[in-house]
Design a protein around this ligand. Structure first.
Ligand code: ZN
Length: 277
């Protein structure tokens, strides 16, 4: 993914078809990240994942990734799989996730847990926590400035994480958000980051439409394309050469339908395509 591999991610998936891991896929796609802490001082990443596995049919409560000073362990597929699954880390009956992102957190968000306590080096744990969240943003083309939210903001008055846990590292929630943006810029490929910004722009326009299209970056050609509800791949246009002419018809505001068979002739550096689906 061209993201600097500072740390290893351990894949240790929970048993599937259990209360903690349903196997349901995140849908329609990963849209944001919820920052948590475990609320359980001294419990390491491995302790937490082992506990989840031991009690895998006891509760509908889980998270994707646990981070401490030694390990980053993914127990529900999120970044180590191309098919990220749902975890149960935010209550369904809170409304803030819908207000901010238009979706339930459990359906579209990756939940990342910060581990802390006297036996855990708070700074090392924090560095891994920042890195993995930045990496998730990068992998899923999320803007790190707006795609991370603390659990305390989604479930106010009831939850205080991750600010409560981060205190152990001397960091605030606000500092965390800034450090994630810096890490994203430091570890990501500069050229790809620029492309991803375009993808985010496309996504933000598409998300205002009724028709769902998912945008992708082809790692081989670094071209951006979208796949619509019709299952077809739509290449993204060069803005400069993009004029509504005889090959294109206006669909909705900012959106054009490509009608020509020569659509695939657009080359590297192409930017935007909006296709009716
Ligand atoms: Zn939480």
């Amino acid at each position: 993914m061209n993201f600097k591999e500072k740390y290893q991610i351990k894949k240790q998936y929970l048993t599937n078809n259990t209360k903690r891991r349903s196997g349901q896929l995140i849908s329609p796609k990963v849209k944001f990240i919820v920052a948590h802490d475990t609320g359980n001082a001294k419990s390491t990443a491995q302790n937490n994942v082992s506990y989840y596995e031991r009690t895998n049919n006891e509760a509908y409560a889980s998270a994707h990734i646990f981070v401490d000073d030694k390990d980053i362990i993914e127990c529900i597929p999120a970044i180590t799989s191309e098919k990220p699954e749902k975890a149960w880390h935010v209550r369904y009956n809170v409304s803030k996730d819908n207000e901010l992102y238009g979706f339930e957190a459990n359906d579209v968000a990756v939940g990342v847990e910060y581990c802390y306590g006297e036996n855990i080096n708070a700074y090392e744990s924090y560095k891994r926590y920042v890195w993995i969240i930045a990496y998730i943003c990068y992998k899923y083309n999320l803007n790190p400035n707006v795609s991370i939210v603390g659990h305390h903001l989604l479930d106010p008055g009831r939850k205080f994480d991750p600010a409560s846990g981060l205190k152990h590292s001397g960091r605030t929630y606000e500092q965390l958000l800034k450090d994630i943006v810096s890490e994203y810029e430091e570890c990501g490929d500069k050229e790809l980051i620029q492309k991803k910004e375009k993808i985010q722009l496309v996504d933000s326009i598409i998300s205002n439409q009724n028709n769902f299209m998912e945008t992708f970056l082809n790692p081989a050609s670094k071209k951006i394309y979208a796949v619509g509800n019709d299952g077809k791949k739509h290449w993204i246009f060069n803005e400069e050469s993009f004029t509504a002419g005889k090959n294109m018809g206006l669909w909705k505001e900012n959106l054009y339908e490509v009608k020509s068979q020569s659509d695939n002739s657009y080359e590297e550096g192409d930017v935007l395509i909006f296709v009716k689906v």
